[in-house]
Structure formats: C-alpha cells, structure tokens
Design a protein around this ligand. Structure first.
Ligand SMILES: [Zn+2]
Ligand SMILES: [Zn+2]
Length: 111
C-alpha cells in the first residue's frame, strides 16, 4: 500500500461525520484540556472556548490517536484510544514517534 493511498484514506476518515462527532465528544469528555499538559501539571484549553486563560495562551486542541490510526484502524473511533491534546504536545508526540518525518503529521487531526 503506497503512502498516497494511506493519505487518501486518512483524509476520508478525518472528513467523516462520525469522526467530527466523536472528536467533539472526546474534547467534552476531557474538559477541553490538553491531557498531556495536565499530566505535566499544566493546563491548556481550547481557544474556541471562552476563558481568560485561552485568550492569553491561544492554544488549539486536537484529538489524538494514542495508537496510530495507520497501524490500528480498528481503534479509529475507540474512546479509549483517543485523547485531547494541544497542538504543541501533539507535534511533540508525533515528532517523537516519527523523528525522521517531523512535518508529516502536523495538520492531520485538526480536520
Ligand atoms: Zn499540551
Ligand atoms: Zn495524533
């Protein structure tokens, strides 16, 4: 399976109504906070949500697949495999996993 085909499949998935619905559900479950920041004792919230903190920090949240979609398509919509993280942590997360391709995943899960 070529990389292009995988990209097309991912694009289709991230564009699906199901994903958009579950993404909203996950953010709500996680209180619009970055779970990774929370683990490190910091709090980051979505800029779409009104708060003083958000206005100051301008943080955008994405819903991340803990086990990669590409390798675990069966967990694509599994609530336990999804968590809310901020863009910074998300980039770090993927940067660590895919050190040789640091930019490939940057905008993935924003859709
Ligand atoms: Zn974070
Ligand atoms: Zn991710």
């Amino acid at each position: 399976m070529g990389e292009y085909k995988i990209l097309q499949q991912k694009r289709k998935f991230y564009d699906s109504g199901e994903w958009k619905r579950i993404r909203t559900e996950i953010k709500r479950r996680d209180n619009y906070e970055c779970q990774e920041c929370k683990r490190n004792g910091r709090v980051s919230v979505d800029t779409n949500e009104y708060s003083e903190n958000a206005k100051r920090k301008k943080i955008q949240l994405v819903v991340h697949h803990i086990k990669e979609l590409e390798y675990h398509p069966e967990l694509a919509l599994d609530l336990d495999n999804l968590e809310t993280v901020c863009v910074d942590c998300h980039n770090k997360e993927h940067g660590r996993l895919f050190e040789r391709k640091p930019n490939k995943w940057e905008h993935d899960e924003r859709w």
